[in-house]
Design a protein around this ligand. Structure first.
Ligand SMILES: Cc1cc2nc3c(=O)[nH]c(=O)nc-3n(C[C@H](O)[C@H](O)[C@H](O)COP(=O)(O)OP(=O)(O)OC[C@H]3O[C@@H](n4cnc5c(N)ncnc54)[C@H](O)[C@@H]3O)c2cc1C
Length: 251
């Protein structure tokens, strides 16, 4: 049931959905990479697509050949990094590397599949685990993540404190959304807590510029990050400038 609009009522908020109009005393908005119902928040996030592969369950021999004894999750430390997990039924989840932005930040179901990225991920997988040659991938998928310029969640209130908002997890929301929900509840209660005193709660990130500048900036940044990965991590002038401005991973 998509919510499409808010308006203030004397005792709360009216939310218009595709089916009905609902009244609520308070509203917590957690729409991730989807367009925010608060238009003024839209420049703070850009949806970019991230992709993952999942192998079929490994046999005991295959698992032993990797030497993965304690089931740790891990990632590599490149700018374009891979993240890796072992599932309960011994499949390897292998994701990351490519980050795909579509002009004007379009979120569409057809973007969830990207064969070119799956081929790249598979190539990197077999380079990392040559002993698993012949293993097949049972699943391949992707989705949009809500990137913001400081790569960590931000928060706000609107409608006289009756609507709270949390977004900008930048692909790291599985654990952090619980914290984000608690911050929103504090904000909606008007409570002053350890959480609401944090600078990351009080300050919002720098918004993205409008298109076409946005796409150009993202394109230059992605090119620069890939170049840094190919040159022992050396950051070019563009990335050093973003670092100085507090934009990106070093913010
Ligand atoms: C391929 C991939 C791999 C990832 N890997 C990791 C990882 O390893 N670790 C990690 O921490 N995070 C990872 N993430 C990111 C993580 O999934 C998200 O940060 C997290 O799910 C965000 O949770 P959320 O509750 O904010 O948003 P979501 O789980 O996206 O929920 C938002 C909900 O809001 C609904 N919605 C949006 N707009 C409206 C509207 N107008 N009306 C009604 N409903 C609406 C949507 O339908 C959706 O159900 C990954 C993401 C992707 C795509």
């Amino acid at each position: 049931m998509a919510a499409v609009k808010f308006s203030a009522m004397p005792a709360g908020i009216a939310v218009r959905t595709s089916y009905a109009r609902i009244g609520a005393r308070r509203v917590a908005l957690a729409t991730n990479a989807f367009p925010s119902l608060l238009r003024r928040h839209r420049p703070y996030t850009v949806p970019v697509y991230d992709y993952a592969l999942m192998t079929e369950p490994l046999t005991d021999e295959q698992l032993a050949s990797v030497g993965w004894r304690n089931r740790q999750g891990f990632a590599d430390s490149a700018n374009q990094f891979h993240y890796v997990r072992l599932s309960a039924d011994n499949r390897i989840l292998w994701g990351g590397y490519d980050v795909v932005h579509h002009y004007r930040g379009r979120v569409r179901a057809e973007h969830d599949q990207r064969p070119a990225t799956f081929v790249t991920l598979a190539r990197h997988f077999f380079r990392t685990f040559p002993q698993l040659e012949g293993v097949r991938f049972g699943h391949a998928w992707g989705g949009a993540i809500d990137t913001c310029t400081r790569f960590s969640a931000f928060f706000d209130l609107s409608h006289d404190g009756r609507v709270a908002y949390a977004a900008g997890y930048t692909g790291l929301g599985v654990g952090a959304t619980r914290f984000g929900a608690e911050v929103m509840l504090d904000l909606l209660e008007g409570a002053r807590t350890e959480r609401t005193a944090l600078e990351m709660v009080r300050r919002k990130p720098t918004p993205f510029p409008p298109e076409p500048l946005r796409s150009v900036g993202i394109g230059i940044t992605q090119w620069s990050l890939a170049r840094a990965d190919g040159h022992a991590g050396r950051r070019n002038l563009w990335l050093r400038t973003l670092d100085r401005l507090g934009l990106g991973f070093d913010s």
